[in-house]
Each structure stands twice: as structure tokens, then as C-alpha cells.
Design a protein around this ligand. Structure first.
Ligand SMILES: Cc1cc2nc3c(=O)[nH]c(=O)nc-3n(C[C@H](O)[C@H](O)[C@H](O)COP(=O)(O)OP(=O)(O)OC[C@H]3O[C@@H](n4cnc5c(N)ncnc54)[C@H](O)[C@@H]3O)c2cc1C
Length: 450
């Protein structure tokens, strides 16, 4: 029988952060990941002969906990990502695109040009129509969060008379392009909340694209650091249930898929929300606190990746295709997939439309929508392609859901939660996952000091 100070269930960023923080404090930790690779929703692996990723990711310059964890793991952020100072919005069925500066300090001219410059797609009137939307949105985020979480982005944009052009070509990319959902179904609270931490840190704003597969250049090195500090990592080891005291008030460990009992003083459950619910339901279905967690609805994500004979875009930058299935996409052959001659990575929207579609049918729809934004890919250019599904992996960002997110504590003694769905200010992002992992580690350390 094995015994640890803390068992951490999961191998995504929340779990890795928690395990790293605790092992640096000389705790005897053990991390159990269900898959054969680390990273969860920030991972890269070989899928039927094609090197793929969970979906293309961007590091946002204002993140503050994630760089701390990377530093502790010995990862140089500037070698892990390449910086983008602008993004592009490709307007379907027109020959136009909007280039937006996103780095006030690192690329001020690009930002000023995109705000003040004349653009045939977004007139000065369209841009002006956004001013009160953003000012009142950030004000409501700070002073009236509950009110803001009752409405969708679309309702909020209507309230402040955002023009159709500004809505279509700016608000849609910033909603469905970033977190998959169309503005009609996306809470205005989450929308403003995602950008709000960037305001006081505007000078740090820019976007980082990964310079390699996320498991290889980020998650595995964090795992190696955990092991150097004495932590243990088990891959391919799903945890099936908790080892609880008879009255279910205290956790003493877990059981793995083979039924092996593994004991620990603390357990941090750091999976996605759906995986947590599936296991916890077997133990706590009748408990009031768990019934509250059951109210936390979930949503899917779906990505599509095409290996090509040549690059299809002149630069590897974040690109949006509003009013198409191309929520956001990027050529990646000069950044994340440098071994590829051409590589397009796409986040599909709305995700539920694609979840049950075959990859062949999805390819047809994707190629049609790419044509609408003037990207023509012939079948002879396609070497391989894969659709990567994330069913129910996210907590829903719809209005009214945020209040049901649990904190990292549970009423069960020595059982803590981590994961991007748990309550922290950064929503369903890498920074959110890392923050939840730090919080859970702190709770374990505080518990130890008592
Ligand atoms: C397509 C896509 C694009 C994204 N883009 C961005 C972006 O640009 N910027 C950004 O900041 N964030 C982005 N995110 C969000 C970010 O990836 C997530 O918020 C973050 O990775 C979540 O980490 P986590 O540790 O909470 O959960 P996960 O990464 O889901 O980790 C949970 C882990 O638990 C494991 N597990 C599940 N059940 C068990 C079990 N029973 N036993 C053992 N292990 C188990 C899983 O295999 C998984 O590895 C994106 C996500 C996706 C899917």
C-alpha cells in the first residue's frame, strides 16, 4: 500500500501547478493522470500518425501566476512563446480584413492605427458605438457583477447600441473566437471579466503563440521538475474513486482503475468539471454541496487541424473568421509545428455542431468557410487532418452559471478541488487553471500547519 502527503488527480495545468508547488515545499506528492501524456487541455500528442494539439492556445501578456510557475519549473517564457502584436479579422465574402493592434506598449503604432486609422469595414461611427459598451461593461464588471451575469453579450451590446458592423466584426471574434460561444449565449460578465485584468496591466498586453507542442515544451518540463523534487508521476492511471472515512466526512486517499488503494493525508482533485462530477456523483450525489455543483452546466469545445504541403497564410498570427465556423485559427508551421511544411489549426464554433460530425464532413464545411475568407486549399495540398473533440470539458460560460462554480475547498476534510472551473478570477484559461492549482496547494500547506 502506497502512502503520500498529497495525491493530485489529473495531469493538466491545475494539477501540475499544485504538484510543483507542494513538491517544492518538500511534500511527498503523487500525481495520477488518466492519459498517457501530461497536459490535459494544454497537450500535444500523436493522433493516428499526426502530431496534434488539444487546440491552438495563446498566452496573454497580463497573466501573472502562470509565469511564476513556469519560472519555478525552469522554463523561459520568451523561449516558450513567440510574441504577436496584432491579430487579423477576416471578413467573409468580402475582400477585406481588419488588422488590430493588441500590444499598447510593445506595438503602440499598430494599436493606434487600428483605433484611429480609416478602415472600410469599421467606420469611426462603428468604433464610437463601442465606447459606451466597453466603459459601462468594465464598470458593471467591477460594481455590478451579478447584474452583468444575467445578460448575454448580445443583449448588452443592444443596450448600448453597438452598430451591426462593430458587433459582427469585433464582438463576435472576441467572443466565439476566444471561448467558442456565440454572443447570444455568452455571459457579458465573463466577456468583460476576461479582459478586465488586462486594464491595469495594459503595458504587458501582447499575445504569445507556443513555439512547440504544449506537452513537450511546457507540461513535461513542469513534470520533470516535480520529479526532481521527489514527486511521483503516474501516466495512464485514471483514478476511479475516493477512499473516504466511514461517515464520508474525511478523505484518506483514492482507488485507481485497477482497484489499488493509495493513501494520502490530502487529495487534490484537479480534473475538468465533467470528470470530477462523474466520480464525485458516486460518493456525494445526495449531498447539498454537490447538488450545487451539479448546477454548474458544461459546454464542449472542438478543434480541427490540417497538415499541409505549404503554409496557407503569410504569417503565423491569430486570425478570426466571424460568422463562419472558423471561430479563430492560425497558420502554425513557423511557430508551434515547425516540423510541418504547412499547418492550419482552427477552433470551431459553435462546438456542438461538430462534435458528432465525422472528420470528413467537418473538412468539407471547414474548406467551404475558408473559401469565404479567401483561403483556398486544394485537396492535393492536404497531407492529413484530425478533429479533436472536448465533450463537456468546460463549464458553461452562459449567463447565470458563474455563481455555481465551487471554490477549491469542499466540506470533506482534506479534500480540495483545482481546475479552471473552480472559482478564481481568470475563468476557463491557462491562468485560471494555474491559479486554482496554486490556491489548492496553499490550502494543503495551511492544513499541514494546523
Ligand atoms: C481548444 C482550446 C483552446 C484554448 N485556448 C486557450 C488560450 O488560448 N488561452 C488560455 O489561457 N486558455 C485556453 N484554453 C483553456 C485552457 O486550456 C484550460 O483552461 C486549461 O488547460 C485547463 O486546465 P485544467 O488543469 O483545469 O484541466 P485539464 O487540462 O482538462 O486537465 C485535467 C486532466 O485530468 C485528467 N483526468 C480526467 N479524469 C481523470 C481521472 N479520473 N483520473 C486521473 N486523471 C484524470 C485529464 O486527462 C486531464 O489531463 C483552451 C482550451 C481548449 C480546449
Amino acid at each position: 500500500m502506497r502512502k503520500y502527503d498529497c495525491i493530485i488527480v489529473g495531469g493538466g495545468l491545475a494539477a501540475l501547478t499544485c504538484a510543483l508547488e507542494l513538491s517544492l515545499e518538500n511534500k511527498k506528492v503523487s500525481l495520477f493522470e488518466a492519459h498517457e501524456y501530461l497536459g490535459g487541455r494544454t497537450s500535444s500528442w500523436n493522433e493516428k500518425g499526426m502530431y496534434v494539439e488539444s487546440g491552438f492556445h495563446r498566452y496573454i501578456g497580463y497573466y501573472s501566476n502562470m509565469p511564476k510557475v513556469l519560472h519555478k519549473a525552469g522554463i523561459d517564457l520568451n523561449k516558450m512563446v513567440t510574441w504577436e502584436e496584432q491579430v487579423e479579422i477576416m471578413i467573409p465574402d468580402q475582400d477585406e480584413s481588419v488588422v488590430m493592434g493588441v500590444a499598447p506598449f510593445f506595438g503602440p503604432l499598430k494599436l493606434i492605427r487600428s483605433i484611429l486609422g480609416n478602415n472600410p469595414t469599421l467606420s469611426t461611427k462603428d468604433k464610437t458605438s463601442l465606447i459606451s459598451f466597453f466603459i459601462f461593461g468594465f464598470k458593471d464588471y467591477l460594481l455590478n457583477p451579478e447584474k452583468l451575469d444575467k445578460v448575454s453579450i448580445k443583449q448588452y451590446a443592444d443596450l448600448y447600441h453597438v452598430s451591426d458592423q462593430a458587433f459582427n466584426y469585433l464582438i463576435i471574434p472576441l467572443s466565439s473566437g476566444i471561448l467558442f460561444l456565440p454572443p447570444e449565449r455568452y455571459s457579458a460578465y465573463v466577456f468583460f471579466g476576461l479582459f478586465a485584468p488586462g486594464i491595469p496591466k495594459f503595458y504587458k498586453m501582447r499575445i504569445g503563440a507556443f513555439l512547440g507542442g504544449m506537452s513537450e515544451i511546457m507540461c513535461n518540463p513542469i513534470g520533470e521538475r516535480i520529479k526532481e523534487c521527489g514527486g511521483e508521476i503516474f501516466l495512464n492511471q485514471p483514478i476511479d474513486s475516493l477512499l473516504l472515512s466511514e461517515d464520508q466526512s474525511e478523505v484518506h486517499g483514492v482507488f485507481n482503475g485497477a482497484g489499488e488503494r493509495i493513501e494520502a493525508d490530502y487529495v487534490v482533485w484537479a480534473t475538468s468539471v465533467v470528470a470530477m462530477k462523474n466520480v464525485f456523483r458516486n460518493h456525494f450525489a445526495e449531498a447539498t454541496w454537490f447538488k450545487e455543483i451539479e448546477k454548474l452546466k458544461m459546454m464542449h469545445a472542438c478543434t480541427f487541424q490540417i497538415e499541409l504541403t505549404e503554409p496557407v497564410l503569410p504569417k503565423d498570427i491569430t486570425t478570426f473568421g466571424p460568422n463562419t465556423c472558423l471561430g479563430s485559427f492560425s497558420e502554425q508551421s513557423r511557430s508551434t509545428f515547425q516540423g510541418s511544411k504547412g499547418r492550419l489549426s482552427i477552433i470551431l464554433t459553435p462546438p456542438e455542431k461538430f462534435l458528432d460530425l465525422s472528420k470528413e464532413k467537418t473538412l468539407e464545411i471547414v474548406l467551404e468557410d475558408l473559401k469565404r475568407v479567401k483561403i483556398h486549399i486544394g485537396r492535393e495540398q492536404i497531407i492529413d487532418y484530425q478533429k479533436i473533440d472536448h465533450p463537456n470539458d468546460f463549464y458553461s460560460l452562459a449567463p447565470g452559471i458563474n455563481q455555481h462554480r465551487p471554490t477549491q475547498t469542499t466540506p470533506i476534510k482534506n479534500l480540495y478541488l483545482a481546475g479552471d472551473y473552480t472559482l478564481q478570477p481568470y475563468f476557463a484559461t491557462m491562468e485560471g487553471a494555474v491559479t486554482s492549482g496554486m490556491n489548492a496547494a496553499k490550502l494543503v500547506e495551511d492544513g499541514n500547519r494546523k
